[in-house]
Design a protein around this ligand. Structure first.
Ligand SMILES: Nc1ncnc2c1ncn2[C@@H]1O[C@H](COP(=O)(O)OP(=O)(O)O)[C@@H](O)[C@H]1O
Ligand SMILES: [Mg+2]
Length: 297
């Protein structure tokens, strides 16, 4: 694996004494996809905001061996791209405006894009398939289109590190895969990708390594096959799972189940007399034999 680009040492941040992250250490390597998983409120977004230098936590973060705090904002903006979970910009901006904002840290003059900047903007929109939307307002796009525009902006920025928060939430399966493929292709070109993911199967399929957060602490980090085990997922997420292994790739495939004992008190009450949560079988295939390439349209 590539050399270490970012080193996080004992980083803590709390919001007025509560929440946040506690004593997180990790390394981010060149050209890797680091998936970050953890329950709601476990500190994933806080960690990304620390990495993006938007929060000034206790502890230390080094980029190429230099303290993050000491790096000038413009230089950092050339190096690192942060994509929050929701679009936070003006909805009235056009797609072209949003994508070309990715060039701002590279521009020599204050306002003028060079011919090269313009070409990079168009190329980035083409890569994401949004060049046909260039004149549209981002507020009027579907969430899948808007997410591609935000990825195009990050592509135009040509960063070495990309931090992306829940990039596939609310997207249909094809858009989810397209977004993950773009991130992976960026990684193949040497970009370090840190992606907060809720979908454990996407995390399994696309991560070189997975970092697991729980209550603000990093509780595990490693390859998907080392991390995605029944006991860890039960401990961290409070779910029961069945795990298969992709026969070709060796990556875990997670089938979530629910154990009655893991339900919250209110839901347990709602269950009332039911002894066990029934397993929902597809009665057409009770034995669960794999159907290969057959569907019933
Ligand atoms: N702006 C904030 N003010 C106060 N507490 C916050 C704020 N943002 C997050 N927190 C708290 O910090 C913890 C981690 O939040 P966050 O990093 O957003 O988690 P995640 O992204 O994993 O859902 C949570 O307990 C959350 O309530
Ligand atoms: Mg979050």
């Amino acid at each position: 694996m590539g050399r270490v680009v970012v080193r996080v040492e004992g980083v803590s941040w709390s919001y007025d004494g509560v929440g946040g992250i506690r004593d997180v250490s990790l390394e981010i390597r060149e050209g890797e996809v680091l998936g970050v998983i953890g329950p709601n409120g476990s500190g994933k977004t806080t960690l990304l905001r620390c990495l993006a230098n938007l929060l000034k936590p206790h502890g230390a973060i080094y980029l190429d061996g230099r303290s993050l705090e000491g790096i000038r904002p413009r230089e950092l903006a050339k190096t690192l791209s942060y994509i929050p979970s929701e679009y936070e910009g003006q909805p009235s901006l056009t797609v072209y405006d949003v994508v070309s904002a990715g060039r701002t840290p590279h521009m020599r003059g204050l306002w003028w894009e060079s011919r090269e900047d313009e070409e990079i903007v168009w190329e980035s929109m083409r890569v994401m398939g949004v060049d046909g939307l260039a004149g549209r307002r981002v507020g009027e796009l579907s969430s899948g289109e808007r997410q591609k525009v935000r990825l195009a902006r990050a592509l135009a920025q040509r960063p070495r590190i990309i931090l992306v928060d829940e990039p596939t939430s609310h997207l249909d399966p094809r858009n989810q895969i397209e977004i993950m493929e773009v991130l992976r292709l960026m990684a193949l070109r040497g970009v370090s990708v840190v992606a907060v993911l809720h979908d454990l199967n996407l995390a399994s399929a696309y991560s070189d390594r997975i970092l697991v957060l729980k209550d603000g602490r990093a509780v595990a980090c490693g390859k998907p096959s080392e991390i995605l085990g029944e006991s860890l997922l039960r401990d961290v997420f409070g779910i029961d799972v069945r795990i298969l292994v992709d026969p070709e790739l060796g990556r875990p495939i997670i089938i979530p189940l629910m154990d009655k004992e893991l339900l919250g008190a209110g839901l347990k009450e709602y269950l009332d007399g039911v002894k066990e949560l029934p397993r929902l079988k597809d009665t057409a295939h009770p034995g669960g034999t794999a159907r290969q390439g057959k569907d019933n349209r």
